[in-house]
Structures are given as structure tokens and as C-alpha cells.
Design a protein around this ligand. Structure first.
Ligand SMILES: [Cu+2]
Length: 351
């Protein structure tokens, strides 16, 4: 990408592109034209996107979350989904099962450790790639950006289910308060590592995904388990780079925001170990999924097909998106905590 400054017709927005960052700057209308930066997201090398947008990584990340979603679901189709994955070697290890809605914070919890461990490994793989390219590690949030943070603005809501996570709401308040309370050593000592993982996945993690998600440019119409069952067709078009929707594990990790928010979660692991005086973590949950997934009849994946050919932008009011939300076992759902859970956590975190 070329470095330079490009300005819009009315001179109010300026896009500043350097080797590592794109920054959109807003020129205030004071007479001194004060420059206010509104977004700084690191521009990663093409090789990173070749890895993250690849069929292999998309299928692994989608399947990993799908198996967990099915195994913690009461929906009638869930057992069949789990059977389908089991047949290709994707089965949760014995002992790693969903601990339920309100597990005790000290419970030994392989399920929650799986969540932390798998995403740590995922980041590790990407960091290894960056190292071989002579690039620095993935950027991460050490603090969740506030609503008025000029660098990571919250994209506008595009679905009523997301309003709560995007707006100035009770849930947003909890996200910030809990995230700041959680990192205190006294609070980290109340959690087992796995319980911390489960708690964070269901709350702060899901809220961050919902909060920073942008309207999807592409909506896949296939459920992976049904593709594996031969019921639905796979769409190679879904592999396009454009498909980086943060609310679906098939595409979320293609979006650079994914690494910022998972970096915040990854940091918690180290803070937890430090608070508990643990030098080397003895992981009890290390499930990484099964073997790489083959799609029947799709053995020659196109490598980053061009956007012109494959991008299929969908209108948000498109019935496909609604039905995807309704049917998908993969979509990261926005969950508002129950009042009971909120009270419990606030008491436990000494808020
Ligand atoms: Cu994930």
C-alpha cells in the first residue's frame, strides 16, 4: 500500500496511510484545523490474510466454535451436529463440557481453559508468521477502548440485538466495570483459570464482538455441519477477504479487531498466573479441535479470490441475514446477563 494523505471532497476527512496503519483523521472546524484521529488499526501484511482468510483456518475456527455451541445447546438438532463432527474426529474430550450458566468461580473448568488455550495458540500461530516476515507481534488492547476512544470507534448498530452492546447501556457499563475489576489481583485470585475463561467468553468477549462488529458484507448461507452431511452446498465465495464479519467465527478472525480484543483476553491469562503466583500453567483444557476439514468436491481452494468476482454484499434487511441469525449455531450471540448473575458477579468482584 502506498503511503500518503488522501483527502475527501469537503476536506473534513483525511485518510492517512503509512506502512503500518490507516488512520482516518477528522479536521475540526476551528480556525486552526485541529486534527483529531478517529481510527488507528494496524495494516497487516497480505501473508497474514492469506493465512486467516484461508479455507483451512476459517473451517477450523468455525468448527471449533460450532462443536462447543452444539454441545451446550438444547436445540433438537444439536446431537446430530455433534455426531457429524464426531465422524470427522471433532469431539470434545471427556470432561470438557459446558459448566452451565452460573458455575462457581473456583470450579476446575476445562471448558473455559479450552477457550483461553485455543485462542492463545491461534494468536501464537499468527505471531509466528509475523516473526518470519520480520514484523512485530499482533497488536492488542490492554484496556477496552471507551465509547469516546478516537482510535477504535464503535460501528453503528445494524440489528436490534446489537443495540445494547453498542450503545451507552447497562451492558456497556458492566463491560467496562467488570473488565477493570477483573484485572485486580484480589479478584483474579477468586477464579480458577477455567472459570475465568468461561465467564469472560460469555460476557465481555461476546460483548466486544458485538460492539465492534460492522454490518456484514457477506452472509454465508451454509451451516458447516450440513455441508459435511451433504445437505447444503459450500460457497467458496464465503472465503473472500471481504468476509471479515466479527459476529461469525467463520470470518471473525479475518478482521484485525479480532486480535485486539482477543489480545485483551489473552493478557488476562498472564495476569491470572501472576496474581496466583503461578510460573508455569498446568493446563487441564487444551482442546484444539480435530484434523483439518475437507469439504467434499472442494479440494482446490481458490487462494484469496478477487473481490470483484466473489464479493456478494448483502443488504442488512436481506432475509438471508435474518435466517442466518435465526438458524446459525455459530453466530456469536449477544447475551445480556441475568439480574441474578449481575448481582453475583458484582458481589464476587467486590464492586
Ligand atoms: Cu474464536
Amino acid at each position: 500500500m502506498h503511503s500518503g494523505v488522501f483527502s475527501g471532497g469537503n476536506d473534513s476527512l483525511v485518510l492517512v496511510i503509512s506502512a503500518k496503519h490507516v488512520r482516518i483523521e477528522h479536521l475540526g472546524d476551528s480556525k486552526f484545523k485541529k486534527v483529531k484521529s478517529i481510527m488507528t488499526i494496524r495494516q497487516y501484511p497480505t501473508e497474514l490474510f492469506q493465512m486467516t482468510a484461508s479455507r483451512k483456518m476459517r473451517l477450523r475456527h468455525a468448527a471449533w466454535h460450532a462443536v462447543r455451541a452444539a454441545s451446550s445447546s438444547t436445540r433438537p438438532e444439536a446431537p446430530n451436529i455433534m455426531r457429524t463432527y464426531k465422524e470427522i474426529g471433532w469431539e470434545l474430550p471427556a470432561g470438557s463440557s459446558y459448566p452451565g450458566a452460573n458455575p462457581p468461580l473456583e470450579r476446575q473448568d476445562p471448558w473455559g481453559e479450552d477457550f483461553l488455550y485455543m485462542h492463545r495458540k491461534m494468536m501464537g500461530n499468527v505471531n509466528n508468521l509475523l516473526a518470519t516476515l520480520g514484523e512485530s507481534e499482533l497488536e492488542r488492547w490492554l484496556k477496552i477502548p471507551r465509547a469516546d476512544d478516537p482510535e477504535f470507534p464503535v460501528p453503528p448498530s445494524f440489528h436490534p440485538d446489537l443495540n445494547e452492546a453498542k450503545n451507552d447501556s447497562e451492558t456497556s457499563r458492566l463491560m467496562f466495570e467488570w473488565s477493570e475489576a477483573l484485572i485486580l489481583p484480589a479478584n483474579l485470585r477468586r477464579f480458577s483459570l477455567g472459570a475465568l475463561g468461561t465467564f469472560v467468553e460469555e460476557t465481555i468477549h461476546n460483548w466486544m464482538h458485538a460492539r465492534w462488529s460492522e454490518a456484514p458484507k457477506y452472509v454465508r448461507s451454509f451451516e458447516l455441519s450440513q455441508v459435511l452431511d451433504g445437505v447444503q452446498a459450500y460457497e467458496p465465495a464465503a472465503e473472500d477477504l471481504e468476509n471479515d464479519y466479527l459476529g461469525d467465527p467463520y470470518s471473525s478472525h479475518v478482521n484485525p479487531i479480532f486480535w485486539y480484543l482477543h489480545g485483551w483476553i489473552d493478557n488476562l491469562i498472564d495476569l491470572w498466573a501472576e496474581a496466583n503466583g503461578i510460573e508455569e500453567i498446568q493446563w487441564i483444557g487444551t482442546w484444539m479441535g480435530g484434523p483439518d476439514i475437507e469439504i467434499p468436491g472442494q479440494s482446490f481452494p481458490p487462494l484469496l479470490p478477487s473481490a470483484e468476482i466473489f464479493a456478494m454484499p448483502q443488504s442488512l434487511n436481506h432475509p438471508k441475514f435474518e435466517s442466518f441469525l435465526r438458524n446459525s449455531n455459530n453466530f456469536i450471540r449477544f447475551q445480556a446477563p441475568t439480574k441474578k448473575r449481575m448481582k453475583e458477579v458484582e458481589k464476587l468482584l467486590s464492586l
